[in-house]
Write a protein that binds this ligand. Structure first.
Ligand code: AMP
Ligand code: FE
Ligand code: FE
Ligand code: ZN
Length: 283
């Protein structure tokens, strides 16, 4: 068992991962992962089960979430150590579910118009959990033989700009950060690599403006970063007075190339990263 590996970015069946919360904690033990944060898209539904499994399997579990907010490209805000029973948080996340409920049927309608026999009922079944999104629509397209895999489903139909894509309403970056803060959580900018920074603005300026809203950290270790990128984000975090965090964005079979705690085999996120987060939390 490798000493002290952690993974602070993990999806379960509560959103678009393929392991249930209990299964992922058990799997973490098997993989020699000492701690993992459950960070499902727009939901904390998997947290309670994962915390129970933490007791069962002796793997440290951090309650978390990942909220997609309104910004060009992808801006995702991770939240760690939130009080998952907080009312404001639960109300806010319910609103995000409503945004999804408005959007999903429109995407199904577009696919029907493109000639694919696919229903909302099938997509709900594929999702299992309450957060239903494009990966579950992709699953049905694969199961019914309309595309060969998830990747083809996105490339041909579901990615932004493709014929079945429908945008969804989102919180602003400030609202996302404040929602996490309201529940006692630590807000962290996920995978800054996927932001489309406005012309003439630097990533540092953007990050500092998010810090004004309450951002506390940046995801510095991540599956798809090169060593140069990791070094750059680490320096950015230090310069901005933000905590460095890291995780793989594990989704199970939905992103089979990503290994829990190890990314594409190259990640090795030290436990000291989590120690720093905990020190901050208790300060
Ligand atoms: P949604 O929240 O419904 O818009 O779906 C977004 C999720 O779809 C992301 O969290 C990813 O897991 C997945 N996703 C987005 N783009 C792609 C892509 N090009 N290929 C595979 N999965 C993707
Ligand atoms: Fe996802
Ligand atoms: Fe993300
Ligand atoms: Zn993620």
């Amino acid at each position: 068992m490798k000493d002290g590996l952690i993974d602070l970015h993990v999806h379960t069946t509560a959103s678009d991962g393929t392991y249930t919360p209990r299964e992922i904690v058990k799997y973490a033990l098997q993989q020699g992962i000492k701690a993992l944060a459950i960070t499902d898209h727009d939901t904390i539904d998997g947290v309670e089960e994962a915390l129970a499994a933490s007791q069962e399997f002796g793997v440290e579990v951090i309650p978390g979430v990942e909220i997609g907010v309104d910004y060009p490209g992808e801006m995702h805000i991770l939240g760690y150590y939130l009080d998952y029973q907080n009312k404001q948080l639960n109300d806010g996340l319910r609103l995000l579910l409503q945004y999804r409920d408005m959007r999903n049927p429109q995407m199904i309608k577009k696919l029907n118009e493109l000639g694919f026999d696919i229903t909302m009922k099938e997509v709900k079944q594929a999702a299992g959990g309450e957060v239903i999104g494009r990966p579950h629509i992709a699953d049905v397209l694969v199961t019914k033989g309309f595309v060969k895999d998830n990747k083809e489903a996105f490339e041909k139909y579901l990615a932004a700009g493709k014929p079945a894509y429908v945008p969804k309403d989102r919180l602003t970056p400030q609202e996302g950060i404040e929602l996490i803060t309201a529940a006692g959580g630590i807000p962290v900018l996920a995978h800054p690599k996927y932001l489309d920074i406005e012309e003439g603005k630097s990533l540092k300026e953007l990050v500092l403006s998010l810090k004004e809203f309450g951002l506390k950290g940046i995801e510095v270790y991540y599956t798809t970063y090169s060593q140069v990128e990791t070094a750059m984000y680490l320096e950015l975090a230090e310069n901005c007075g933000l905590l460095p965090t890291g995780g793989t964005d594990f989704h199970g079979k939905n992103k089979p190339e990503i290994l829990l705690g190890r990314g594409e085999g190259n990640l090795n996120i030290p436990y000291s990263i989590l120690e720093n987060l905990k020190t901050y939390r208790n300060s």
